[in-house]
Design a protein around this ligand. Structure first.
Ligand SMILES: C[S@@+](CC[C@H](N)C(=O)[O-])C[C@H]1O[C@@H](n2cnc3c(N)ncnc32)[C@H](O)[C@@H]1O
Length: 251
């Protein structure tokens, strides 16, 4: 089945935030980690690229204001429609590539930070896009990428883990692309242990909550759920959620 990200997020938008509803610790952990990697100051102009519903923006919103709102960039209007109505958020329906190339203008010519939280894998030309975005940074500005590594340790069925790995950029490639922009680059892996009710997890898989699951037919999903059920007989299920953090700073 052909995978169409627009269709995937259109279908998923309504249930997206609910996927994490029973894992508030994870959401606040991630929001904290993003904050501490970005070290933003009040008044900084921040653009969240692939912002989706803005689920992880709570901490950044504390330092945003109606005068310096967070620019939430996403090509999926259904996801943007679910952003909280708040004068500290400005939605912009566009891709990372359109911002990087200047095809779509931002309300300000340059920003202090671009954040990509689990969105860089949707970008086709990562080096070219990062380079275009680096040109749109103020001095001292940062680009932060938060991305899942190709090999997940999620309790998924084997075919999904393999297909996910095929579509996900490697940490080394992200680091190289960031370095090649001329930004001072550092990186690490951060880990959070997820503990989730087994039935809830199976429901998420059935609902094809990750983009990669949308590439499987209903029959394949049903077989995959059975595979998970057999492999993980106990509830709750615990697994390490690992994230690559790559940061570039314009000196
Ligand atoms: C996994 S979601 C992450 C949303 C949000 N950052 C979060 O962590 O909750 C990926 C988002 O990237 C968006 N996206 C897809 N293609 C994109 C592109 N070329 N440029 C920017 N965002 C894109 C999708 O519409 C979706 O909202």
């Amino acid at each position: 089945m052909a995978y169409d990200p627009d269709e995937h997020y259109k279908r998923l938008a309504e249930t997206y935030d609910g996927n994490w509803a029973d894992r508030p610790q994870y959401v606040s952990w991630m929001a904290d980690r993003i904050m501490s990697w970005l070290e933003p100051s009040p008044g900084d102009r921040i653009a969240d690229i692939g912002s989706g519903t803005g689920l992880f923006l709570s901490r950044l919103m504390d330092i945003a204001s109606p005068e310096a709102p967070i620019l939430c960039v996403d090509p999926s209007q259904p996801m943007l429609d679910l952003l909280p109505e708040d004068p500290r958020l400005t939605p912009l329906c566009a891709t990372a590539e359109q911002i990087a190339s200047g095809e779509v203008s931002m309300p300000v010519p340059a920003v202090d930070a671009f954040v990509f939280k689990e969105a860089i894998h949707h970008v086709k030309d990562i080096p070219g896009t990062l380079s275009g975005l680096a040109d749109r940074l103020n001095p001292g500005g940062r680009i932060l990428i938060v991305s899942l590594p190709p090999r997940l340790r999620y309790p998924l069925f084997e075919a999904a883990l393999d297909r996910f790995a095929e579509g996900q950029p490697e940490e080394d490639d992200l680091v190289k692309a960031m370095r090649d922009t001329g930004l001072k680059t550092d990186h690490t892996i951060e880990e959070f242990t997820v503990t989730i009710d087994r039935d809830h997890w199976l429901k998420l898989v059935r609902n094809q909550w990750m983009s990669v699951l949308s590439t499987f037919s209903q029959e394949e999903i049903t077989a995959g759920v059975e595979e998970i059920r057999n492999r993980y007989p106990e509830s709750p299920i615990s697994y390490p959620d690992r994230f690559v953090f790559v940061r570039g700073i314009k000196e």
